[in-house]
Write a protein that binds this ligand. Structure first.
Ligand code: C6P
Length: 419
């Protein structure tokens, strides 16, 4: 395809050898509806590179056994590999200690762990939990459940017309009744990158812990939990080039020690009698039953892969790509971009005048372009912008400027069909 990068400053391109990296992702070679696949649904789930797929295969073919339970060689190998993956995640996040990394089944599971382990223990009648308009349902519903059960109240930080949190309102909402702030690092529906470092400092000044939903941040930027000073950080493996079925909850050891376990069962105990159970130490206290061993080890490989590419380089490349996409889509008459924050990551949500997003998605699919359409599990965001749904292109470092052009050409076709 012959493409002109009119919007790009040449020196900022070429931070990544994208063509070489794309070769690592077998699925990107697919054709859909007879056209080369243009996969722009990475916020929902991203693709796995061959070395990560190979890691799963190697585990399953040569290392698989249950962990923490036996002295035979395979079990010891699997245990060592699983715990090594925890160490990789610790380094990825720059967590102080390995025991601060808990493997969960995903972001939703991680947030529910905190809702149960912290919320049900420390939140009581009349207390408040501060959330934001930008939250995914998985960072709303668990808190609603806790609030209902405990007689607490949710307070919601509003956003401006660009989709940026109104920090002055946040400062006003965080008060003596607040027991937790739970907010997303990056909005899945709009792409807004929230000023989380400052917001955490404000909460801490009042002695309030902060949970960050990092599902849409970890694939796109360097996350350093010590630098952020967050108390909890939750994310999913399948959005960061790893497998489904695994995620991580980072928690400061001091909090994890005080929290009650989420699930009861094997491996989370030191001793059990019918009279009394003594819980295991962290992180095991929060990993009841057989964990997602293969998935966790494979996630460790995804972290290695990302480290090889370099998070700073990924962030720089994707900023460029998003700028280019924004500029190109902005040129289309009748197309409205929802979410125009100053700081955004990897997400372009839009509506095409007079066309239902579902039809936009269906027609784009005819062109081989995969986007997500709907409310993106963020209905309060849709309500704020007075749209029932949007079409959302979400990028990864393996997406190209040519693919953005294919998206734009696809939207033009949609407009022609409905014009
Ligand atoms: N967002 C999207 O298309 P799970 O399903 O547990 O892996 O992740 C839930 C979740 C939590 N927080 C944020 C910010 C998210 O974006 C997601 C998942 C996907 O936007 C699927 S709804």
């Amino acid at each position: 395809m012959n493409v002109q990068y009119t919007a790009l400053k040449p020196q900022r391109r070429g931070t990544l050898d994208v063509e070489r990296l794309r070769a690592d992702f077998p699925i990107l070679r697919l054709h859909v509806k007879g056209k080369p696949l243009v996969f722009l649904d990475n916020a929902a789930s991203s693709q796995m590179p061959q070395p990560v797929i190979d890691r799963w295969l190697r585990y399953q073919t040569t290392q698989h056994a249950n962990i923490h339970r036996a002295v035979h060689t395979l079990s010891e190998t699997a245990t060592a590999e699983y715990e090594a993956a925890r160490g990789k995640l610790q380094a990825f996040l720059n967590a102080k200690e390995e025991r601060e990394v808990i493997f969960t089944s995903g972001t939703t599971d991680a947030i529910n762990l905190v809702a149960h382990g912290y919320g049900r223990k420390f939140i009581g009648a009349g207390d408040e939990i501060v959330l934001t308009t930008l939250e995914h349902h998985s960072n709303i519903v668990p808190w609603q459940m806790v609030a209902e059960e405990r007689g607490a109240r949710l307070r919601v930080v509003p956003v401006n017309d660009r989709g940026e949190l109104i920090v002055e309102e946040y400062e006003r909402l965080v008060g003596s009744r607040t027991k937790l702030v739970a907010l997303t690092h990056v909005s899945n529906a709009l792409g807004t990158v929230n000023p989380v470092r400052e917001m955490i400092a404000m909460a801490h000044a009042k002695g309030i812990p902060v949970l960050l939903d990092g599902a849409q941040a970890v694939p796109h930027m360097k996350v350093d939990v010590q630098d952020l000073d967050c108390d909890f950080y939750a994310f999913s493996g399948h959005k960061m080039f790893g497998p489904t079925g695994v995620g991580v909850l980072y928690g400061k050891a001091a909090w994890l020690e005080k929290m009650q376990p989420f699930k009861g069962g094997g491996d989370m105990i030191l001793s059990v009698t019918f009279e009394k159970t003594t819980y295991n130490v962290i992180p095991h206290k929060f990993e009841a039953g057989t964990p997602p061993i293969a998935a966790a080890i494979t996630l460790g490989a995804a972290v290695d892969y990302l480290a090889g590419v370099g998070m700073e380089r990924i962030a720089a490349y994707e900023t460029d790509l998003l700028d280019y996409a924004t500029e190109q889509v902005n040129r289309l008459p009748g197309v409205r971009i929802i979410g125009t924050a100053e700081k955004k990551a990897a997400v372009l949500s839009f509506t095409v005048g007079g066309v239902h997003p579902h039809d936009v998605g269906t027609l784009l699919n005819e062109e081989g372009v995969a986007v997500r359409t709907g409310h993106h599990c963020a209905q309060p965001v849709m309500q704020r912008f007075k749209v029932p749904a949007t079409s959302r292109a979400s990028f990864a470092f393996y997406n190209t400027h040519e693919e953005v052009d294919a998206l734009v050409a696809g939207i033009r076709k949609v407009q022609k069909v409905f014009g």
